[in-house]
Ligand binder design. Structure first.
Ligand code: ADP
Ligand code: MG
Length: 405
């Protein structure tokens, strides 16, 4: 089965990676892919930085501080800004950022972390656990575990913590970001997890306008447009991710008819619960040009949190036959691929990530969910670590398999 799948995938694009390759090159959100400005989080950020560098957690041996909130609310972004803050960088001798994502595997995580902790002189060979223990013994560390979902039992988590408890220095911190309040409660050593909510209206307005107008300020000519704009903004529930995709959608056409169509779209009616931002994302997707929709939605075949390389993405799109020149006959198919990548970044569907000496692109997990949803009739990404494999619909034409190795 796997061999056949590999053969099918090979015919789709010459550098399409087979599952083990994808499993190996899975990073992910990184500490460096930060947005230019952080809106509405000054207070909370100042408090956290104070608490971890000189306040209540400074005297503790090890503090686990969960940041809990809905997808797209800004957990990763906040953690990235904390991680890059100068005071924080000066305070901790060892800093590690790890995107955990869907499949928590304590052994793999431990090995990854070990690879990122600087070696010490005269260290003795041993397991990843022992090496981490030796290396952080006399150093204050900050470990960020971004986007944790669940683990099979509490013992797994305890096992992960063991080497970190060996540090003889005080003030060590593990920040965990998660959508799951239950997980936050379980891992916390603080009184409460930090619960991240939607951004306050005034700051949210600034954020929304920044996504719509960029560095420019709206002018008097935009007054009527903005009346509609603010009504749309109120549907975004203070969610920065929704503000980004809808804001960019409005930015591409500063026209009252377009904005009114967005405001009056039937899609808003499918909002489930008061914090559901999926309709906002779906609406932004529906308004993309058809070829961008295709390019984006086939990315559902890559695993969640995958970091795309522009070359492999373009070859993948060529394999899917989704790159078309339109009127511009002078463009090569690679040029069109690059243009589509740029457009998907500008629409807020891809995020540029230039870390680890390699430029790439990531898709937010909620947007990946959206891609999976809109292609569910023909595309399927199977995680071999999942306990159950549901029925494969007869209409599935594209199958990708992800292994965690
Ligand atoms: N406070 C903020 N100011 C500006 N943009 C933000 C802020 N928080 C999040 N964003 C934007 O929203 C997107 C989604 O946020 P992210 O931190 O990935 O959410 P989460 O980790 O909670 O799912 C980010 O890529 C970023 O563009
Ligand atoms: Mg996140």
């Amino acid at each position: 089965m796997r061999k056949e799948t590999s053969e099918i995938l090979t015919t789709l694009g010459s550098t399409w990676k087979t599952a083990p390759d994808i499993g190996q090159s899975r990073p992910i959100t990184t500490s460096e892919s930060i947005e230019p400005r952080l809106y509405g989080r000054d207070g909370i950020m100042k408090n956290i930085i104070h608490d971890i560098t000189q306040g209540k957690y400074y005297g503790e041996n090890l503090t686990v501080l969960p940041i809990v909130g809905l997808g797209g609310i800004g957990k990763t972004t906040l953690a990235q800004h904390i991680y890059h803050n100068q005071e924080v960088q000066k305070h901790f001798e060892v800093m590690i950022w790890k995107c955990v994502s869907l499949n928590f595997n304590v052994n793999k995580l431990m090995e990854d972390v070990e690879n990122h902790v600087p070696k010490v002189q005269d260290e003795k060979n041993g397991t990843a656990e022992e090496l981490i223990g030796q290396r952080i013994k006399s150093k204050r560390f900050l470990l960020v575990l971004d986007d944790m979902w669940e683990f099979s039992d509490e013992d797994e988590w305890k096992r992960l913590l063991l080497p970190f408890k060996k540090s003889q220095v005080k003030g060590n911190i593990i920040i965990v970001t998660t959508r799951s309040p239950k997980l936050g409660e379980m891992v916390k050593t603080t009184h409460h997890p930090i619960e991240l909510e939607g951004i306050d209206r005034e700051e949210f307005k600034r954020l929304f306008l920044a996504f719509v107008f960029g560095d420019e300020q709206p002018t008097l000519d935009h007054t009527v447009l903005l009346e509609t704009g603010y009504k749309i903004m109120d549907k975004l529930k203070g969610s920065p991710l929704a503000a980004k995709t809808v804001g960019r959608l409005l930015r591409h056409d500063l026209d009252l008819d377009h904005w009114t169509r967005v405001l009056e779209s039937k899609e808003w009616e499918s909002q489930r619960g008061s914090n559901d931002i999926m309709p906002a994302l779906k609406l932004s997707y529906d308004c993309l040009p058809f070829d961008l929709q295709q390019c984006f939605s086939y990315c559902a075949l890559f695993p969640q949190d995958y970091k795309f390389d522009s070359k492999e993405l373009i070859l993948f799109w060529i394999g899917q036959d989704v790159l078309h020149s339109g009127d511009q006959n002078n463009l090569t198919v690679e040029d069109i691929g690059l243009r589509n990548i740029r457009d998907l970044v500008s629409h807020g569907f891809f995020k540029k990530d230039e870390t680890e000496g390699r430029a790439g692109y990531t898709i937010h997990d909620l947007l990946h969910d959206l891609a999976s949803k809109v292609t569910s009739h023909e595309c399927l990404n199977v995680h071999l670590s999942s306990k159950t494999l549901g029925k494969i619909r007869p209409s599935i034409r594209h199958l990708s398999i992800t292994l965690d190795i």
